[in-house]
Design a protein around this ligand. Structure first.
Ligand SMILES: [Zn+2]
Length: 231
């Protein structure tokens, strides 16, 4: 576990069940929509960060927060069917899905600790979650610069950093994780979840095509190759 002097991780003694770790129910999740549902401690920290940003005329808007296993399954299966209908083999369809989406049971959004955020005070592009909107003359540049300087004070860390040596998911300047909870959750996820076994136990369209080699690469790159401060 990484040590951040501003947090006392030792005080966080919550234990997580298999189902909590894979997005199948967590009583600590509060909120009533896909943009407001978060782990209650994450939500408190988020509101503090949002209030601080508001003083700089930045209106942090959550585009996506907690996402259940079921919701991720719907996204995954819709894309799987679409790519299959376009003639892709199951293996190729899966490879294409994981360029931008996770396999159900493996999303950090299942934990209620991770959020995708934009600035609602900026002009809104059609597709908000594009890296170029956060740099140069992009509308979310001001937000991004503020987050670079301030988010870690509130416990929020970028996950999929712009590091050329990183594999797995591409750079996501909008995706932040509340480290005081997500670090212990990732630790327990690694201890408690055998991803290959979980994916074969759960009902997921196409899961018979998740080979041993595919899953171990996916775990190594897509789940574990993240900002080193979150490991
Ligand atoms: Zn995200």
């Amino acid at each position: 576990m990484a040590i951040f002097p501003q947090f006392s991780f030792n005080n966080f003694s919550e234990q997580f069940t298999r189902n909590q770790l894979i997005g199948k129910g967590n009583t600590a999740i509060v909120g009533d929509s896909y943009t407001s549902k978060m782990h209650k401690t994450t939500k408190e920290a988020f509101h503090k960060m949002k209030a601080a940003a508001a003083k700089e005329n930045i209106n942090i808007e959550v585009v996506s927060a907690y996402r259940s296993f079921q919701r991720q399954k719907e996204i995954f299966e819709r894309k799987y069917k679409q790519f299959a209908s376009e003639g892709l083999s199951p293996e190729k369809a899966i490879e294409k899905i994981i360029e931008y989406s996770t396999i159900p049971g493996t999303s950090r959004h299942h934990w209620g600790t991770d959020i995708d955020i934009i600035d609602a005070n900026a002009p809104r592009p059609a597709n908000v979650l594009m890296p170029e909107h956060f740099h140069g003359t992009g509308p979310f540049c001001k937000l991004k610069m503020w987050l670079n300087d301030n988010s870690e004070k509130f416990g929020f860390f970028e996950v999929y950093t712009d590091n050329g040596n990183r594999k797995g998911f591409k750079y996501e300047p909008w995706h932040f994780s509340y480290a005081p909870i997500s670090i212990p959750m990732l630790k327990e996820y690694k201890e408690k979840i055998d991803v290959k076994q979980m994916l074969s136990e759960e009902e997921i369209l196409g899961n018979e095509h998740f080979s041993e080699a595919f899953v171990s690469k996916y775990v190594k790159e897509n789940i574990l190759d993240i900002n080193h401060l979150l490991k």
